[in-house]
Design a protein around this ligand. Structure first.
Ligand SMILES: Cc1cc2nc3c(=O)[nH]c(=O)nc-3n(C[C@H](O)[C@H](O)[C@H](O)COP(=O)(O)O)c2cc1C
Length: 186
């Protein structure tokens, strides 16, 4: 098995990180991998917001907590009530991918960019986890204010986000793969 395949198969979602920032050259490599993902009509519609500022990270978590608590969805309310609630699992680097809403494939473009970044991170020994929770918060007034504070352009909408940092937990084992998800027609 070649290194690329090994890395793809070994990548797991990491939910506990060391309290140490990743190196800037590592961040740049991860972002480069995101920017070089395939995209419809080569429109390069993804806008990456990197948050490494502790106050801003806390603000993101506070807004998420608030929105979750008033969501009326029990599973989210229960999560937000936990003392250690942290939507980005305590990672020191959080990347938010948004897409130009006028671009038809913005969701696909942003998603493949995020996946490229997760794989790139794994290849250089950095843990990551896709974080979808912000979908809900950007639909609220508090979320819109946060979006402005983050400097995300008005015509961009949330696609997904990812936490990055040095792993502080053993590599999880993958769940078994479902059967019957492939049909090869020859
Ligand atoms: C669209 C999407 C949304 C996800 N949202 C979250 C999330 O909000 N929080 C989280 O901890 N993990 C999230 N994950 C990670 C999944 O839980 C994880 O990929 C899945 O359980 C498989 O585990 P693995 O990544 O270790 O292989 C998300 C993954 C995807 C692709």
């Amino acid at each position: 098995m070649n290194e690329t395949i090994k890395i793809i198969l070994n990548r797991r979602s990491i939910r506990k990180y060391k309290n140490e920032q990743i190196k800037d050259e590592e961040l740049q490599m991860i972002l480069e991998a995101g920017k070089y993902a395939p995209c419809g009509l080569n429109q390069q519609s993804t806008y990456f917001t990197v948050v490494q500022n502790e106050k801003m990270l806390k603000k993101i978590n506070d807004v998420c907590k608030q929105v979750y608590l008033s969501s009326g969805i029990k599973v989210f309310e229960d999560r937000a009530k936990a003392d250690n609630f942290c939507v980005y699992h305590g990672a020191p680097t959080f990347v938010i991918a948004c897409g130009e809403k006028e671009v038809a494939a913005y969701l696909n473009n942003g998603s493949v960019a995020l996946e490229n970044m997760l794989i790139a991170a794994e290849s250089i020994g950095i843990g990551s986890c896709w974080i979808h929770a912000l979908t809900m918060i950007f639909q609220t007034e508090e979320g819109q204010t946060l979006k402005n504070e983050l400097g995300i352009p008005d015509n961009h909408v949330f696609v997904g986000a990812a936490a990055f940092g040095y792993k502080d937990m053993p590599q999880p084992s993958p769940a078994p793969r479902k059967e019957g998800t492939v049909n090869i027609i020859r």
